[in-house]
Design a protein around this ligand. Structure first.
Ligand SMILES: Nc1nc2c([nH]c(=O)n2[C@H]2C[C@H](O)[C@@H](COP(=O)(O)OP(=O)(O)OP(=O)(O)O)O2)c(=O)[nH]1
Length: 136
Protein backbone atom coordinates (compact mmCIF):
# COMPACT_ATOMS: atom_id res chain seq x y z
CA UNK A 1 0.00 0.00 0.00
CA UNK A 2 1.21 3.52 -0.73
CA UNK A 3 2.21 5.25 2.50
CA UNK A 4 1.96 9.02 2.91
CA UNK A 5 3.37 10.99 5.80
CA UNK A 6 2.26 14.54 6.69
CA UNK A 7 3.43 17.01 9.32
CA UNK A 8 1.68 19.74 11.33
CA UNK A 9 4.13 22.50 12.21
CA UNK A 10 2.67 24.09 15.34
CA UNK A 11 3.95 27.20 17.07
CA UNK A 12 2.18 29.61 19.43
CA UNK A 13 -1.29 28.19 18.81
CA UNK A 14 -0.91 28.36 15.06
CA UNK A 15 -0.44 25.62 12.48
CA UNK A 16 1.03 25.85 9.01
CA UNK A 17 -1.27 24.59 6.25
CA UNK A 18 -0.82 24.28 2.51
CA UNK A 19 -3.53 25.02 -0.04
CA UNK A 20 -3.55 22.13 -2.55
CA UNK A 21 -3.10 23.42 -6.06
CA UNK A 22 -5.88 23.11 -8.65
CA UNK A 23 -3.71 20.60 -10.52
CA UNK A 24 -3.78 17.97 -7.76
CA UNK A 25 -5.77 14.84 -8.58
CA UNK A 26 -6.93 14.39 -4.99
CA UNK A 27 -8.54 17.26 -3.07
CA UNK A 28 -7.66 20.19 -5.37
CA UNK A 29 -8.20 23.57 -3.70
CA UNK A 30 -8.38 22.08 -0.19
CA UNK A 31 -6.13 22.92 2.80
CA UNK A 32 -3.87 20.11 3.98
CA UNK A 33 -0.72 19.33 5.90
CA UNK A 34 2.56 19.29 3.95
CA UNK A 35 3.96 15.86 3.24
CA UNK A 36 4.19 13.11 0.67
CA UNK A 37 4.91 9.51 -0.15
CA UNK A 38 7.26 7.41 2.02
CA UNK A 39 9.92 6.02 -0.32
CA UNK A 40 11.31 2.48 -0.24
CA UNK A 41 13.80 2.01 2.60
CA UNK A 42 12.72 5.18 4.44
CA UNK A 43 11.24 5.29 7.92
CA UNK A 44 8.25 7.57 8.42
CA UNK A 45 10.37 10.04 10.37
CA UNK A 46 12.97 10.10 7.58
CA UNK A 47 10.27 10.66 4.96
CA UNK A 48 8.71 13.42 7.08
CA UNK A 49 12.08 15.14 7.46
CA UNK A 50 12.75 14.91 3.71
CA UNK A 51 9.29 16.13 2.68
CA UNK A 52 9.36 19.12 5.04
CA UNK A 53 12.85 20.00 3.83
CA UNK A 54 11.79 19.74 0.18
CA UNK A 55 8.41 21.46 0.47
CA UNK A 56 9.15 24.08 3.14
CA UNK A 57 12.93 24.28 3.53
CA UNK A 58 12.83 23.53 7.26
CA UNK A 59 14.85 21.04 9.30
CA UNK A 60 12.97 19.24 12.07
CA UNK A 61 14.61 19.66 15.49
CA UNK A 62 15.59 16.45 17.27
CA UNK A 63 12.92 15.09 19.59
CA UNK A 64 10.32 17.53 18.27
CA UNK A 65 7.89 15.10 16.63
CA UNK A 66 5.03 13.06 18.02
CA UNK A 67 2.62 10.83 16.19
CA UNK A 68 -0.97 12.02 15.73
CA UNK A 69 -2.88 9.35 13.84
CA UNK A 70 -2.89 6.79 11.07
CA UNK A 71 -5.78 6.30 8.68
CA UNK A 72 -6.44 4.49 5.42
CA UNK A 73 -7.95 6.78 2.78
CA UNK A 74 -9.11 6.10 -0.78
CA UNK A 75 -8.97 9.44 -2.57
CA UNK A 76 -8.83 7.78 -6.01
CA UNK A 77 -10.01 4.22 -5.39
CA UNK A 78 -6.64 2.75 -4.36
CA UNK A 79 -6.01 2.71 -0.61
CA UNK A 80 -3.39 5.06 0.81
CA UNK A 81 -2.12 4.86 4.39
CA UNK A 82 -1.90 8.39 5.75
CA UNK A 83 0.19 8.96 8.86
CA UNK A 84 0.15 12.38 10.53
CA UNK A 85 2.77 13.83 12.86
CA UNK A 86 2.91 16.86 15.13
CA UNK A 87 6.10 18.92 14.73
CA UNK A 88 6.84 21.44 17.47
CA UNK A 89 10.42 22.43 16.71
CA UNK A 90 12.36 23.16 13.53
CA UNK A 91 15.11 25.28 12.08
CA UNK A 92 14.45 27.67 9.21
CA UNK A 93 11.49 29.76 8.14
CA UNK A 94 8.91 27.79 6.16
CA UNK A 95 8.65 28.88 2.53
CA UNK A 96 6.53 27.46 -0.26
CA UNK A 97 9.22 25.62 -2.22
CA UNK A 98 6.80 23.29 -4.04
CA UNK A 99 4.22 25.53 -5.73
CA UNK A 100 3.01 22.62 -7.88
CA UNK A 101 1.85 20.96 -4.65
CA UNK A 102 0.53 24.01 -2.79
CA UNK A 103 -0.35 27.29 -4.45
CA UNK A 104 0.03 28.93 -1.03
CA UNK A 105 1.00 28.15 2.53
CA UNK A 106 -0.42 30.00 5.50
CA UNK A 107 -0.40 30.02 9.30
CA UNK A 108 -3.84 29.46 10.86
CA UNK A 109 -5.00 29.96 14.43
CA UNK A 110 -5.89 26.55 15.83
CA UNK A 111 -9.23 27.97 16.97
CA UNK A 112 -10.09 28.89 13.38
CA UNK A 113 -8.83 25.89 11.47
CA UNK A 114 -10.46 25.44 8.04
CA UNK A 115 -11.66 22.02 6.87
CA UNK A 116 -8.69 19.81 5.93
CA UNK A 117 -8.37 17.09 3.30
CA UNK A 118 -8.84 14.59 6.10
CA UNK A 119 -11.22 15.12 9.03
CA UNK A 120 -9.55 12.58 11.32
CA UNK A 121 -6.19 14.31 10.91
CA UNK A 122 -7.86 17.62 11.79
CA UNK A 123 -9.51 16.20 14.91
CA UNK A 124 -6.32 14.43 16.05
CA UNK A 125 -4.34 17.62 15.67
CA UNK A 126 -6.82 19.68 17.69
CA UNK A 127 -7.01 17.00 20.40
CA UNK A 128 -3.22 16.73 20.68
CA UNK A 129 -2.79 20.47 21.03
CA UNK A 130 -5.58 20.67 23.63
CA UNK A 131 -4.08 17.77 25.65
CA UNK A 132 -0.67 19.39 25.46
CA UNK A 133 -2.06 22.61 26.91
CA UNK A 134 -3.79 20.69 29.71
CA UNK A 135 -0.35 19.29 30.70
CA UNK A 136 1.13 22.79 31.20
N1 LIG B 1 -0.18 15.79 1.62
C1 LIG B 1 -1.35 15.43 2.14
N2 LIG B 1 -2.06 14.43 1.58
C2 LIG B 1 -3.24 14.11 2.14
C3 LIG B 1 -3.74 14.78 3.30
N3 LIG B 1 -4.94 14.23 3.61
C4 LIG B 1 -5.20 13.25 2.70
O1 LIG B 1 -6.19 12.52 2.65
N4 LIG B 1 -4.16 13.17 1.79
C5 LIG B 1 -4.07 12.18 0.70
C6 LIG B 1 -4.28 12.75 -0.67
C7 LIG B 1 -3.44 11.89 -1.55
O2 LIG B 1 -4.18 10.76 -1.97
C8 LIG B 1 -2.35 11.36 -0.65
C9 LIG B 1 -1.01 12.01 -0.92
O3 LIG B 1 -1.18 13.30 -1.31
P1 LIG B 1 -0.02 14.13 -2.00
O4 LIG B 1 -0.65 15.28 -2.68
O5 LIG B 1 1.02 14.46 -1.00
O6 LIG B 1 0.62 13.08 -3.04
P2 LIG B 1 0.48 13.02 -4.62
O7 LIG B 1 1.34 14.11 -5.21
O8 LIG B 1 0.78 11.63 -5.01
O9 LIG B 1 -1.07 13.36 -4.86
P3 LIG B 1 -1.87 13.67 -6.20
O10 LIG B 1 -1.20 14.75 -6.99
O11 LIG B 1 -1.98 12.37 -6.94
O12 LIG B 1 -3.21 14.15 -5.67
O13 LIG B 1 -2.78 11.61 0.69
C10 LIG B 1 -2.98 15.81 3.89
O14 LIG B 1 -3.32 16.44 4.91
N5 LIG B 1 -1.80 16.12 3.27
Amino acid sequence: MVRVVVGALVREDRVLLGHRSARKRAFPGVWDLPGGVVEDGESERQALARELREELGVRIASGATSHLCRVVVRPAGEPVELSAWLVTGWQGTPANLAPDEHDEIEWFDLVALPPLANGLVRRSLLRAVRDDRADD
